[in-house]
Design a protein around this ligand. Structure first.
Ligand code: MN
Length: 201
């Protein structure tokens, strides 16, 4: 059951995050979704997600992406998320898994540069991003040896290309939602997206 871990961690009576389903029929020609969600949980991080085999493969990137190919950003592999999670922007209530504010920081499509299932199994995904903020070539590489011991530590690295920039701190310079243009504070203040269980308030 691909989304088992995702569902085990959440109480859908309390959170407005989607319960989700594994999408079985995905046309080969259709582009694959890419999204980064900025997530102010106990620690702020950026959830990097790529659509593959009907779910969103997911990595939590504590520092967020860097356009500098010299930066190797730690990306901790976390549980798959449902495809409809890509549009989720709002609040995960107190006491729930990942409680805090979620922003769609960037979104678009990705194109694998090699056969993606095989590349994923081998721990070396290379791909192009066509997002609102991130563009060009990237790699997600699984770490081996001591740092890779738990099998969850990967690195997110920008390829050297026209979209690479050595001195441009993109997370600082472009902090707003790619979906709604809002700040984290504005999303947090938007009480309409808070889930109130069955009672309508
Ligand atoms: Mn997260």
């Amino acid at each position: 059951m691909p989304l088992k871990k995702y569902r085990q961690k959440r109480n859908f009576k309390k959170t407005s995050e989607p319960r989700g389903k594994v999408v079985k029929k995905v046309s080969k020609k259709k582009s694959l979704l890419y999204v980064i969600q900025k997530h102010a949980a106990s620690h702020l991080h950026y959830d990097f997600r790529l659509q593959l085999h009907g779910v969103l493969l997911s990595w939590a990137v504590p520092k967020g992406p860097s356009l500098n190919p010299d930066d190797k950003r730690l990306a901790v592999h976390v549980e798959d998320h449902p495809l409809d999670y890509a549009k989720f922007e709002g609040i995960i209530p107190e006491g729930e898994y990942g409680a805090g504010t979620v922003m769609v920081w960037d979104y678009g499509v990705w194109q694998p540069l090699t056969e993606p299932e095989e590349a994923y199994r081998q721990g070396k995904l290379t791909f192009n991003l066509q997002g609102k903020k991130l563009q060009g070539g990237w790699a997600l590489v699984e770490m081996h040896g001591k740092m890779g011991e738990n099998g969850k530590n990967w690195l997110l690295i920008k390829h050297q290309d026209a979209a690479a920039k050595k001195r441009f701190d993109i997370t600082k310079k472009e902090p707003l939602s790619a979906l709604t243009g809002r700040t984290m504070e504005e999303i947090t203040e938007d009480k309409r997206k808070i889930w109130h269980g069955k009672k309508k308030k």
